[in-house]
Design a protein around this ligand. Structure first.
Ligand SMILES: NC(=O)NCCC[C@H](N)C(=O)O
Length: 434
């Protein structure tokens, strides 16, 4: 059986077995999210300046999926400066917190009663857990939650609802018998300390936003938060990845009439199949970059590869030549309503050459210092983090790339840089079509 037939058969069997696991819906008119190519001018971006949730992460970096110890206070300050720089570049930056709290507080910080606040309160309530030690029966638990606890939750200010969402508190009650109020609690939190990596919870294709599914336990609920925020912004996702799919935004790069999607440590074939079946990319070609080297320091495609212009890319040197870490590509082509597998197994650098993309090789030390994780503002203009070598910066400038250097000394401690921290929700297509 030839490959294209096999691929079609897989799609047909998949749909027959599980249905189209993917809800396509029209986008709201109020905000047109969509990104055609990584080198188009960035217009709107969603970010999150880390707050109280990051403090818990820096207490034990490895448990938080972080690279090394750093300060959460200094990381927040660096992020605020970065947001200012993005705005100076003309990008409309939306803070996740502002989107989540939209319509619930006035200019003086007073809460605004109404449907928006009710919805936020209901949403935030899902992020808090109440238990008893020793455990009580289900009906007693219900009673605990529905009456006293739910009532106290009604008094929380939107700021506290936000804290509930990012800290995920768990309260365990113990009786103190007749002493004082008769009860004491132990408090635990499961903070969303990786939330500032706003690239990862969703992908923005030329058709709109798709909500992903995070691979790690620490990041699971982030997609719910971002989805809620998008709703507040009037953005209706065109799809949501379902089990057993895993999709993280760092694996996705739109490139005009094709997209690159990494299949590796964080994103799996099941998610890519769902995206193909639903035509979520809306492109003629889908290039699946299969990573033979799955490890945390190059967890996503955007940690070792990036696009700076329609004919210029960055690629980690240890993904080139005869290295055993060279990825291969599966290339899918649009055929009628679906996609068919056109080729499989070509080496990624050879494929890039075949489509006219020049590669700037990024030395291992520069890759480790997040040299590939640049944010492309428009064709041939990028943000890169401080700490990469002068040699690398010179190579970029020799290739006519305008480079804006930003200080991420603490932020990179979380294992990511400029690209990882920004979800570009819309880019303006270049007039000449490039
Ligand atoms: N796109 C990216 O490469 N994001 C970086 C995510 C870092 C985060 N600590 C993680 O391991 O998921």
């Amino acid at each position: 059986m030839n490959r294209s037939l096999l691929c079609r058969l897989v799609l047909v069997v998949f749909i027959a077995l599980v249905g189209v696991p993917y809800r396509l819906a029209a986008q709201s008119d109020s905000f047109n999210a969509g990104s055609n190519a990584e080198w188009d001018r960035a217009e709107w971006a969603l970010v999150h300046t880390p707050g109280e949730e990051l403090f818990y992460g820096v207490l034990h970096p490895e448990a938080a999926l972080f690279e090394r110890p750093f300060s959460s206070t200094l990381a927040s300050q660096e992020h605020e400066r970065f947001v200012r720089q993005l705005r100076e570049q003309g990008i409309s930056v939306v803070q996740l917190r502002e989107a989540v709290l939209a319509g619930t507080v006035d200019q003086n910080g007073r809460e605004i009663p109404g449907p928006a606040l009710d919805e936020l309160r209901r949403f935030a309530f899902r992020f808090v857990t109440l238990e008893s030690e020793p455990p009580v029966s289900e009906s007693q638990q219900d009673e605990l939650e529905k009456s006293y606890f739910a009532e106290s939750f009604q008094h929380l200010h939107p700021d506290e609802l936000w804290s509930t969402i990012v800290l995920n508190p768990k309260i365990t009650l113990r009786s103190t018998g007749d002493l004082n109020t008769g009860v004491v609690a132990d408090y635990a939190v499961r903070p969303v300390m990786n939330l500032y990596f706003m690239r990862d919870q969703v992908i923005t294709t030329r058709r709109g936003v798709v909500v992903g599914k995070m691979n790690s336990e620490q990041r699971h609920i982030e997609t719910d938060i971002v989805r809620f925020a998008l709703g507040r912004m009037g953005i209706k996702p065109i799809g949501v990845i379902e089990e057993p799919g895993r999709l993280e935004g760092g694996d996705f790069l739109p490139a005009g009439d094709r997209v690159f999607i990494g299949e590796g440590l964080r994103t799996n074939a099941a998610a890519i199949l769902q995206l193909l079946v639903a035509d979520a990319f809306g492109t003629d070609e889908v290039v699946v970059v299969k990573d033979p080297w799955q490890q945390q320091e190059q967890m996503h495609l955007d940690t070792y590869f990036n696009l700076v212009a329609d004919d210029l890319a960055l690629l980690a040197e240890n993904r080139l030549g005869e290295s055993k870490h060279v990825p291969t590509v599966d290339v899918f082509k649009k055929d009628g309503d679906g996609y068919e597998l056109q080729s499989s197994g070509m080496k990624f650098p050879d494929y890039l050459k075949s489509i006219g993309i020049r590669v700037i090789p990024v030395k291992q030390q520069d890759q480790l210092n997040y040299g590939c994780n640049v944010l492309t503002l428009k064709s041939n203009e990028i943000f890169v983090v401080d700490g990469v070598s002068d040699e690398f910066l010179a190579k970029l400038r020799d290739a006519d790339v305008t480079v804006n250097v930003v200080d991420f000394s603490n932020l990179t401690g979380g294992y990511g840089a400029c690209h990882c921290t920004v979800q570009v929700l819309s880019r303006k297509q270049n007039v000449d079509g490039r």
